[in-house]
Design a protein around this ligand. Structure first.
Ligand SMILES: NC(=O)c1ccc[n+]([C@@H]2O[C@H](COP(=O)([O-])OP(=O)(O)OC[C@H]3O[C@@H](n4cnc5c(N)ncnc54)[C@H](OP(=O)(O)O)[C@@H]3O)[C@@H](O)[C@H]2O)c1
Length: 294
């Protein structure tokens, strides 16, 4: 027997295998393309010829495949005995994906934990690793050898596995807002002749700004009172008017800057002026109410 099995040694799976082996765990691995795990083989990493063999080699099985559909297909083919095993799923997905997989693992005698990895693979095993989990407290405790190996922040959010995936969806939405902002501002920088390296130097200024916006914004959204003395909607409109035109000239289709400006204008039509930009969330609340009442 080994301590832990990793099914799927893509970028995430390989990083997990390395972190586990580095912290002294014996690891069994299986991957569809055998050349990939071959690079990981070593004293504490054992390559298995089939997924079934790998699953049966350890009491803890980490599923690190691309998505839920592939995970079901691999488990179908393996038809492995999961009795008593703790199965941890980390592929990205949506909360609705979780229950069918949990039920199938439990029907095969296993216990189920959902994991959502919030960082790039190279952070695994370092203090920058951040993973959230959903499932039973005793199962999370049993995973301690692995969570210690992954390092950083390893947080169980509660007993509901699907909640971990919902958390990941929210976190990803924020991440892509940032990526989109980066892509659009790179286009704007190019179109205005600002070297990207020069722009990168201003980025650290915004780190505390993001934290402040989120900290203040969360409080205002919870209270539904958007009174705010520092950056009123009217000053955002001024900036967004300029930026929307510049984005258009930079060749950006459907810029979020134009979309933001439309939302600010709509809020001003509704009578808002001096409020915090978080007041725009009210537009989504109203739209949700209409959609749910249909
Ligand atoms: N990379 C990141 O930054 C990151 C961060 C957080 C979460 N995630 C999530 O982690 C999961 C894995 O991502 P990754 O970056 O490790 O992707 P990846 O490098 O593309 O690895 C995908 C894994 O799925 C396997 N796979 C794909 N299609 C398959 C099939 N039809 N049958 C059997 N195995 C198949 C691949 O096997 P082969 O080697 O044979 O192709 C490989 O093991 C994804 O859900 C991703 O969203 C990724």
């Amino acid at each position: 027997m080994t301590d832990v099995t990793v099914i799927g040694t893509g970028l995430i799976g390989s990083a997990i295998v390395r972190a586990c082996a580095d912290s002294g765990l014996e690891v069994s691995v299986w991957n569809r393309t055998p050349e990939r795990p071959a690079r990981l083989a070593g004293r504490d990493v054992h390559l298995r010829a089939t997924a079934a063999e790998a699953i049966e080699a350890s009491p803890i099985v980490l599923l690190c495949l691309l998505d839920y559909e592939i995970t079901h297909a691999v488990l179908d083919e393996a038809a492995a005995d999961l009795s008593g095993r703790l199965v941890v799923q980390s592929a990205s997905g949506v909360p609705d994906d979780v229950d069918p997989l949990r039920k199938r693992v439990e029907a095969a005698g296993g216990r189920y934990l959902e994991a959502a990895i919030l960082n790039y693979p190279d952070a695994i095993g370092t203090e920058d690793c951040f993973t959230v989990y959903g499932g039973a407290a005793e199962d999370f405790k049993e995973l301690a050898g692995v969570t210690e190996a992954l390092s950083g922040k390893q947080v169980r959010l509660g007993p509901d596995p699907a909640y971990a995936k919902a958390y990941h969806v929210v976190s990803s939405a924020f991440y892509y807002a940032f990526v989109n902002g980066f892509l659009e501002c790179s286009a704007i920088a190019e179109s205005m002749g600002v070297p990207l390296n020069d722009f990168a130097e201003s980025v650290p200024l915004y780190d505390p700004g993001f934290q402040n916006t989120i900290g203040v914004g969360l409080g205002l959204i919870a209270r539904r009172d958007y009174t705010f003395e520092q950056a009123p909607l009217t000053s955002h409109l001024n900036v967004l008017n300029n930026l929307a035109v510049i984005a258009e000239r930079a060749g950006i289709d459907h810029s979020y800057l134009g979309v933001m400006r439309e939302r600010v204008l709509r809020a001003m039509d509704q009578g808002y002026r001096r409020e915090h930009v978080a007041v725009l969330t009210e537009q989504f609340r109203s739209r949700r109410a209409v959609l749910h009442n249909r």
